[in-house]
Design a protein around this ligand. Sequence first.
Ligand code: NAD
Length: 324
Amino acid sequence: MGYKHLKFPENSTFLVTGGAGFIGSNLCEAILDMGYKVCCLDDLSTGKQENADIFLDNPNYTFVKGDVKDLETCVKACDGIDYVLHQAAWGSVPRSIEMPLFYCANNITGTLNMLEAARQNKVKKFVYASSSSVYGDEPNLPKIEGREGNLLSPYALTKRCDEEWAKQYTMHYGLDTYGLRYFNVFGRRQDPNGAYAAVIPKFIKQLMNDERPTINGDGKQSRDFTYIENVIEANLKACLAPHEAAGQAFNIAYGGREYLIDIYHTLTEALGKDIEPIFGPDRAGDIKHSNADISKAQKCLSYNPEYSFADGLKKSIVWYCKNK
Ligand code: NAD
């Protein structure tokens, strides 16, 4: 369980793209805490300078402001790197419906550039962020790798394309790639602000400010919310995974199922707030239910998530209360 016991060769160097974002900055922190070197490549388009500044006094950390849409930037950033953890992308299903061309360039070309840069620099492992959205309208639960439906958004399409490109790089160029299909990640440093913010940090912040959060739909939709520590474990274990598991994608979740309305009530109770939500319309491109079968990641990556949803939520609430 967990990742703190994992050992990499001495002087191992990681590149985290999107390292000034929510998941990337948590990856950087975990790698630094384990005593290894990490370079963060981020264009600060949705990430924050402060998520890089917190590590700048650590000699094992370097920050490069750069865009993965630029191949030369990617090739330079991969020089001397052993493991790439590619997180840089734009999230949000509704925003991708508004900006399909940008999503194609940023999320697909950006990933292809990083794959090519990793190949040219002979990195050992290329681990990248995919998404549960690749299951599209497949109705069966739990979601299982190999049983995907029709894609419901440009965002989902970018992640599916990334998986296919990564497979090509494993097949033709021998680059060990591992796609991690994250299911609704939450935890410290996730941005609560803006129209495209994720529900958990957004609700916590609104409730702390005595505002009424809006639930899209009836609140009876369910998700496999996954605490950030489990995602860190998956990334680091993928770096140590065998060659035989390369060229594939894996569900990364806890394997639970939480209803939005229940989360809402847990939050109001934990924060001591008596606030009724506003019920808004359903969001385009959203599915009603999602939860993951994680047995493939357990078997191939030795992934064994340590934090249940309830444990993660408690830790997140404490963090947001301290970091208002
Ligand atoms: P985030 O927005 O907090 O982080 C993404 C980071 O990538 C930001 O710092 C941003 O500035 C950077 N970035 C974006 N485009 C870039 C570019 N062209 N060049 C360089 N940097 C760029 O989002 P996150 O929640 O940390 O997501 C990280 C990854 O995980 C993304 O690939 C996302 O699609 C994927 N993902 C996240 C979730 C989730 O629940 N958070 C679920 C599924 C998949």
